[in-house]
Design a protein around this ligand. Structure first.
Ligand SMILES: C[S@@+](CC[C@H](N)C(=O)[O-])C[C@H]1O[C@@H](n2cnc3c(N)ncnc32)[C@H](O)[C@@H]1O
Length: 214
């Protein structure tokens, strides 16, 4: 019975180590995979054939999860400031999401893919952002940097998402999150705040899961 349920629902001790151990067994690059698996199990924003942008992909476990979910008919474009090799089948773009030229690079990646696959439009179904700067421990500062990253991901989502599309965005809790949530609610039909089990309790990270781009 236990085997048929996902790991996070039966693991007695859902510690950072337990998730890390499991990620080795399941061949994921990090325990972060289980955060995305849990969010997707609940909200179904990754489907066969979907086109996905994964922001802040390194080391790559979200891209692995996304790529397995969308299959060979889909596409995952993964962006990071670090020059890390992407998982197999994932198209990498390297750049700083706070710099405007990175958006142009993402657009180029889609143009190239469109020429190769003869896809007729450049919209995507889902934008994921797990971007986070190394935290300093100074809460106000960590929150402010996280909100900048959220805003850049949101701008990109508004440019690329098809109507009905999905946006998942990590943030570091703090005073501006409600204002940001209000902006999300103007663009998406439903906005959920989630704290998956693989995200350790002490951490101040959480996720906005936005469904149905208007
Ligand atoms: C928590 S890690 C992401 C883990 C990843 N989702 C996974 O499953 O392996 C956060 C990532 O965000 C990236 N990042 C932080 N700031 C960025 C920026 N301004 N532009 C692009 N990527 C950024 C970091 O380099 C880091 O790889």
């Amino acid at each position: 019975m236990r085997q048929t349920l996902p790991f996070w629902s039966w693991a007695a001790k859902r510690s950072r180590d337990a998730f890390r151990k499991q990620s080795k067994i399941d061949n994921y690059r990090s325990r972060a995979a289980y955060k995305l698996l849990e969010l997707n199990q609940k909200h179904r924003f990754l489907k066969n054939g979907f086109r996905v942008i994964d922001l802040g992909f390194a080391p790559g476990s979200w891209s692995q999860v996304a790529s397995r979910a969308v299959g060979s008919e889909g596409l995952v474009v993964a962006v990071d400031i670090q020059n890390v090799a992407p998982p197999q089948g994932v198209l990498p773009v390297y750049g700083d999401m706070l710099e405007p030229q990175t958006r142009a690079k993402i657009q180029d990646a889609f143009h190239q893919h469109r020429q190769q696959s003869k896809a007729d439009d450049l919209t995507v179904d889902t934008v994921l952002s797990d971007m986070l700067h190394s935290t300093t421990g100074i809460r106000i500062r960590d929150h402010a940097v996280s909100m900048d990253l959220c805003n850049s991901a949101f701008q990109l989502a508004k440019t690329f998402l098809r109507p009905g599309g999905f946006f998942v965005c990590k943030y570091y809790m703090g005073s501006e999150e409600q204002e940001f949530q209000k902006s999300l609610m103007k663009i998406f039909k439903r906005v959920h705040v989630e704290k998956p089990k693989a995200s350790i309790k002490e951490s101040r990270e959480a996720y906005f899961v936005c469904l149905g781009r208007k």
